[in-house]
Design a protein around this ligand. Structure first.
Ligand code: ADP
Length: 448
């Protein structure tokens, strides 16, 4: 029966019954010659009955028990029917929600990755699945409420990573607290303002494969060094004047063996950088560094380009002098190699808006088509293989730059327009900036 019809019927029934009851009471009262008493008694009966039904309804609502029977007809019965319907609907909804929740939990528990729900404000564990228990050596329920940093005791990286809320990059290569030989990666997923999901993945095999790859490249490069030195040595012993018919061949062989040597050296540099977790934290004086970079650019350019240096930052950096020099040199060398004669190369050191500093190498060269930019720092990725080879490139320069910068928590920013030139900038955070101690401190200006 529809609700409105039920209510309409109930109203009508109630009213008719009430009127009949009072009519009967009045008739009995008149018969007994006490009509007022009879009406008063009838009112008391009506009130008592109303209280009793109200008590019944309240009791069911209060005890959260389901109303099983609906008594009689009329308004009170309609109210009970309504409550009964709502209760039945609510129970069905709750059952559905519980089933859904259970299914989610089962799915999360069965996940091959570890899942932890962590309080955002204090980093304490709220829930974790079975895989997380195995991977992290947690125990249920004892480990609940333990701070994540405590689970990874001795790994301050985890605390810093969680506090910084780094969600775009996973934290990789962490030793597992349960099994030191196992390697884990953590990913942060902020799914609500108060609780975050931490996904733990066992990357031991992946790391081992990566190590095998690194070792292989490093070993091959290392093994190639000696034969190359021998070939070099013999080639140097051949005098082109004595064998003019071989001169062209020997020249080409020399060039190729030099290229191979450069390739081997770059591969070894990359392997060394990959194996390193951090670099020495030395003060790096930028004024002499800019002078060196300018000298290198001029030597490579042989007067074919205009080289300008601007030192506007008036600060120095902290980091590994050797590695940063190699990164900056790579950018300068690229700018010279990919800029035609008559072009302009500007090396600019400036402060950035976030309080950090940036070394930008700008050229007026060939430029790079936009579709190549996302892959430009991959090993051996070249926009034009022939141009790279002609200019003596190995295709590893920008990979080395990227590695060196990431070891300094810095970024490589690239802007380029075909035919107009490119700007490669190394952006360092404020933590890498240090006050310049020399007399030129804060001078700023041009060194060209
Ligand atoms: P390579 O040794 O080939 O120069 P890099 O890793 O240094 O290798 O650079 C990768 C590719 O990026 C180069 O082959 C070149 O196509 C492009 N590139 C790098 N720097 C510049 C630049 N300043 N102008 C134009 N193209 C560049």
């Amino acid at each position: 029966m529809s609700l409105s019809l039920l209510l309409r019927l109930a109203w009508r029934q109630s009213l008719i019954r009430l009127l009949l009851f009072y009519a009967l009471a009045l008739a009995v009262g008149l018969a007994l010659d006490e009509p007022w008493w009879a009406l008063g008694l009838a009112t008391a009966v009506v009130a008592l009955r109303a209280y009793w039904r109200l008590y019944r309804v309240l009791r069911f609502l209060d005890w959260r028990k389901q109303l099983q029977t609906v008594d009689g007809q009329g308004l009170w019965a309609a109210l009970e029917t309504l409550i009964h319907r709502r209760q039945t609907e609510n129970r069905a909804r709750t059952r559905r929600l519980v089933r859904l929740l259970r299914a989610y939990r089962q799915a999360a528990t069965a996940m091959p990755d570890g899942a932890l729900i962590v309080n955002r404000h204090d980093g304490r564990l709220v829930w974790f699945n079975k895989t997380a228990r195995h991977l992290l050596g947690l125990r249920y329920p004892q480990s609940l409420d333990t701070p994540l940093a405590e689970v990874f005791e001795g790994q301050p990286r985890v605390r810093d990573w969680f506090a910084a809320g780094i969600t775009d990059e996973p934290l990789t290569d962490l030793p597992s607290p349960a099994e030191p030989m196992a390697r884990l990666s953590l990913r942060l997923i902020p799914y609500s303002p108060t609780q975050w999901l931490v996904v733990v993945r066992d990357v031991t095999k992946l790391m081992r494969l990566e190590q095998v790859r690194r070792d292989f490249v490093a070993n091959v490069s290392h093994e190639l060094r000696t034969p190359l030195t021998v070939v070099h040595g013999y080639l140097d012993m051949i005098e082109p004047d004595e064998h003019p018919e071989l001169a062209h061949m020997v020249e080409e062989m020399r060039r190729q063996s030099q290229r191979m040597t450069q390739l081997v050296e770059d591969l070894l540099t990359l392997s060394r950088l990959e194996a390193q977790e951090s670099l020495p934290e030395e003060p790096l004086a930028m004024a002499p560094m800019l002078v060196t970079l300018r000298r290198e650019a001029e030597a490579l350019s042989q007067g074919r380009h205009q080289v300008l240096v601007e030192d506007r930052a008036g600060v120095d950096l902290t980091g590994s002098t050797k590695e940063l020099h190699s990164a900056f040199s790579n950018l300068v060398s690229n700018a010279v190699r990919y800029t035609p004669t008559g072009g302009r190369i500007l090396i600019r050191f400036e402060r950035s808006a976030d309080g950090g500093a940036r070394l930008a190498v700008q050229d007026s060269g060939y430029g790079i088509p936009a579709q190549h930019l996302p892959r430009i720092t991959e090993r051996f990725y070249r926009v034009s293989t022939s141009r790279s080879r002609e200019s003596g490139g190995t295709g590893l320069g920008l990979s080395i730059v990227k590695h060196v910068l990431s070891l300094h928590q810095a970024r490589l920013e690239i802007e380029s327009e075909v035919g107009r030139g490119s700007t490669f900038a190394c952006a360092f955070g404020p933590a890498r900036v240090r006050q310049r101690e020399t007399a030129e401190a804060g001078a700023g200006g041009s060194v060209d």
